[in-house]
Design a binder for this molecule. Structure first.
Ligand code: NAD
Ligand code: UGA
Length: 474
């Protein structure tokens, strides 16, 4: 099928996956020409910005790579038609959020962006093109993409030329905040497909920097399902340790000690055992709900319920923290000032999708609190969008509180009743609590949902302390 060596690559979708992934491929394979296309003009102009601190995605190490490869062999554009036309290989890396309406709403993935991309490829591709699913997709989506691509042979398109396609699944396992490290040094690269030539063409690219034994090949459906399964297992692990944190608080055990003790079992291991405010991010919840939807579709109701409980528990866990904050502050936060440290769903990213901070701040606002938010990377306009309330605005007559953004933590802490650490940013691990406690209103509280502060440093200060999975410090 393959007539020539892969030289030109197009990636549809310049988001958290498309941008960094293509940057790393371009960096490792300077013989490739890679064009990343997006319908979002603002995003593309930020990728092309001369201010490297203003890229649309914040990832440690990303701007250094972009400086090296942009306009060398990596290009960002909105010219979809020509990018597809020139490409030997096309990655589809568009968003696949949970459907919000119609059949399967709340569970199934909304595939309209994937379908639109496939139609654009069908229409504009020339010659033989390898089409790669990079987005996370329900099992058997490759069949749908194939049908759309094949149907292009029957239609009268403008520049009708001989064309053929092969489809591969190549799910992405990078985690935000460590994307560059994950891409440069992946645990594995997974390629699903049934045509050897195309699989080898993609393998050849990864082999430029990934050891061969880390490149796994499977059939299409195993590859699609493995991505959903990996995220489900990871999320399940976080829900497991968070459930243990609640038992720790009730019994006098200490969650970090328990994580350490069970992590020594090589079958369990240490990773992903940090209790926190509940998992966030754009994918865990949506991918599990997608799995749940698939299970129900295939009549596997017990399997569906098993996985759905991971999401339900996560929601309960975050709500438990909101309630606990209100309870400790004498059962009312109305007119109290609360400083929120961290709004992104994890450290080292500017992404706030499904951040537990959104849920906790909304709960506190509904209870009338005045919230001050500080985050090293998240802009106030994103916070306003996430909360659905403008900065410094009361929701009229509803008794709800208001919020404002303040980057400088020590200034923001002036007169606050409580500080709540939600994201584990490194800078929060070395705060001067001596300084902060001095300016807070008394009785002052620290709620550490990540267990990153040191009790020894706090115990002699005039502050009450709650840390996740600890009963000793309450
Ligand atoms: P994103 O929302 O950051 O980016 C997707 C981009 O696709 C957007 O900029 C959007 O404008 C663009 N787009 C949508 N339709 C388009 C079209 N027809 N033509 C051109 N551009 C189009 O999403 P993301 O976080 O990069 O995720 C992409 C996929 O990768 C999802 O399926 C996600 O589940 C998966 N994934 C994400 C991560 C992560 O850490 N974010 C990790 C692994 C896998
Ligand atoms: C996750 C997976 O780790 C990636 O492999 C996957 O590619 C990606 O989803 C995806 O498909 O989108 P990501 O969501 O970026 O990556 O970040 P994680 O490090 O997995 O963290 C997810 C959430 O779990 C965060 O809110 C984080 O704070 C929380 N978490 C993580 C914990 O509370 N405790 C832990 O021990 C680990």
């Amino acid at each position: 099928m393959l007539k020539k060596k892969v030289k030109n690559i197009c990636c549809i979708g310049a988001g958290y996956v498309g941008g960094p992934t293509m940057a790393v491929i371009a960096d490792n394979c300077n013989y490739l020409n890679i064009t990343v296309v997006d319908i979002n003009e603002e995003r593309i102009s930020k990728w092309n910005s001369s201010d490297f601190d203003n890229l649309p995605v914040y990832e440690p190490g990303l701007k250094e790579i972009i400086k090296r490869v942009r306009n060398r062999n990596l290009f960002f554009t909105i010219d979809l038609k020509n990018s597809i036309k020139n490409a030997d290989m096309i990655f589809i890396s568009v968003n696949t959020p949970t459907k919000t309406s119609g059949f399967g709403a709340g569970y199934a993935s909304d595939l309209k962006w994937v379908e639109a991309s496939a139609r654009q490829v069908a229409q504009n591709a020339v010659g033989h093109t390898i089409v790669i699913e990079k987005s996370t997709l329900p099992v058997r989506t490759a069949k749908v993409i194939k049908q759309i691509l094949i149907s292009s042979f029957d239609e009268e398109f403008e520049n009708k030329t001989e064309k053929s396609f092969s489809i591969l699944s190549n799910p992405e396992f990078l985690a935000e905040g460590t994307a560059i490290e994950d891409l440069n040094n992946p645990d594995r690269v997974l390629i699903g497909g049934d045509e050897e030539d195309s699989i080898n063409a993609l393998k050849n690219i990864y082999e430029k920097w990934v050891p061969e034994d880390k490149i796994i090949t499977t059939n299409l459906w195993s590859s699609e399902l493995s991505k959903l399964a990996a995220n489900a297992f990871l999320a399940q692990r976080i829900s497991s340790i968070n459930s243990i944190s609640a038992i720790c608080e009730a019994t006098g055990a200490e969650v970090n000690e328990v994580s350490n003790a069970i992590g020594f079992d090589s079958r369990i291991g240490f990773k992903f055992l940090s209790a926190g405010p509940g998992f966030g991010g754009s994918c865990f919840k949506k991918d599990i709900l997608n799995l749940v939807y698939l299970c129900r579709y295939f009549g596997l109701n017990e399997v569906a319920e098993y996985w759905e409980q991971v999401v339900k528990f996560n929601e309960w866990h975050t709500k438990r923290i909101s309630k606990l904050i209100v309870e400790k502050l004498f059962d009312t936060v109305a007119l109290k000032k609360i400083l929120i440290l961290g709004f992104s769903y994890k450290a080292n990213t500017n992404d706030t999708r499904e951040s537990p901070a959104i849920k906790i701040v909304k709960d506190l606002l509904e209870n009338g609190a005045e919230i001050i938010i500080s985050d090293p990377q998240v802009d106030p306009d994103i916070i306003a969008l996430d909360l659905g309330i403008e900065e410094n605005v009361f929701k009229n007559g509803s008794g709800q509180g208001k919020w404002r953004y303040h980057k400088d933590i020590y200034e923001a802490a002036m007169g606050v009743d409580a500080v709540v650490i939600i994201t584990e940013w490194k800078v929060y691990k070395s705060l001067s609590w001596h300084k902060l406690v001095k300016v807070m209103r008394k009785p002052a509280w620290l709620f550490d949902t990540r267990s990153i502060t040191n009790y020894e440093e706090l115990k002699d200060l005039d502050i009450n302390y709650w840390s996740i999975g600890n009963s000793n410090y309450c």
